[in-house]
Write a protein that binds this ligand. Structure first.
Ligand code: AN0
Ligand code: CP
Length: 317
């Protein structure tokens, strides 16, 4: 595997999940696969889970790991070609990428959407430069439009917890004070549309995701109706995608917070969230602390999704 950005990159999902669950049974079985191979993780944005779980996954495979926070200690990087660099950015990606690539074998990149220019964000300007100019396998640690390591971990978690052949999975938008990217819901929708689940998205009017991610999913504007009979509730906030409201917060209505009353409408659903989560905005204390909350095993599976991806990349070096 040379790139991991979207669901198609992983091939058949049933095989990917099977491989992940094998890895989970014995995560040190391949500890010599990554010997003398170096992973570079590059962060343009903050992270707790992605940073730690991906580093752990690489260590399980015997890799060396280097982590660079671009905005803390490195030169500020210009990402647009043709800019007269007379501002605060001292180095261009076009030099930085081949230099960094010369020190490593695999590159992971986190680069969020700027949320001001839809076209620039949805062209994946930063990530595609890494793919084009590094000559190394590149994986997304959350790009402008997707977060595939999260969606893969979410799918593994659903497979582990489901009690029905084809569970009902609901992605409800939930309120948040700040504008967040659409990457997590985009990827979750992309992966759920490819998986064997009944998938629904529910959000206030104006929060429609890009049609290429919604695909054939049912969109239900009545949150309570959407929750009925659900087996998994996957809450997430995102900023508006559609029209002139791109990147904006257009609703903070706490009627959309996931609470015990709404969970009671489900078929005893599990509660999921990618974390970090703002309590009593996205979800109440009661729900996230309940027995049906699986946010911690979900986060733990980030190690497994990352290890599966790194294993496949190492095998194709
Ligand atoms: C980010 C987001 O919503 O994309 C990262 C989630 C994994 N969340 C925040 O910035 C709070
Ligand atoms: N879920 C997730 O990617 O978390 P971090 O932003 O902490 O990496």
């Amino acid at each position: 595997m040379k790139t991991f950005l979207k669901v198609d990159d992983i091939g058949p999902l049933d095989l990917a999940v099977k491989e992940a669950l094998e890895i989970k049974k014995d995560r040190f079985a391949l500890e010599s696969l990554g010997k003398n191979k170096t992973l570079l993780m590059l962060f343009f944005n903050s992270s707790l889970r992605t940073r730690l779980s991906t580093q752990k996954a690489a260590m399980n495979l015997g890799m060396n790991v280097m982590v660079l926070d671009v905005n803390q200690g490195a030169w500020k990087l210009e990402t647009e070609r043709g800019v007269v660099m007379d501002g605060d950015k001292a180095e261009h990606l076009l030099e930085a990428i081949p230099v960094m690539a010369s020190y490593c074998d695999i590159i992971g990149v986190r680069s969020f959407a700027g949320l001001t220019d839809k076209e620039a964000d949805y062209s994946e300007n930063v990530l595609s430069q890494f793919i084009e100019h590094s000559g190394k396998p590149v994986f997304s640690m959350e790009s402008a439009t997707r977060h595939p390591l999260q969606a893969f971990a979410d799918l593994i978690t659903i497979e582990e917890h489901k009690t029905k052949q084809r569970p009902k999975v609901v992605l409800p938008w939930a309120p948040h004070p700040k504008a967040l990217p659409q990457a997590v819901p985009n990827s979750f929708a992309e992966w759920m549309n490819a998986a064997n689940v009944e998938f629904l998205i529910t959000h206030p009017h104006g929060y429609e995701l890009a049609p290429e991610f919604v695909g054939n999913a049912r969109v239900e504007y009545d949150q309570r109706k959407a929750f009925e009979g659900a087996d998994f509730i996957y809450a997430k906030n995102w900023s508006a995608y559609a029209g002139d409201n791109y990147g904006k917060v257009i609703c903070t209505d706490r009627d959309w917070t996931v609470d015990t009353d709404k969970m009671a409408l489900t078929d005893n659903a599990f509660f999921m969230h990618c974390l970090p989560v703002r309590r009593n905005m996205i979800v109440t204390d009661d729900v996230i602390e309940s027995e049906r909350s699986i946010v911690i095993p979900e986060a733990a599976n980030r190690e497994i999704s990352a290890q599966t991806v790194l294993k496949r990349m190492l095998e194709s070096l």
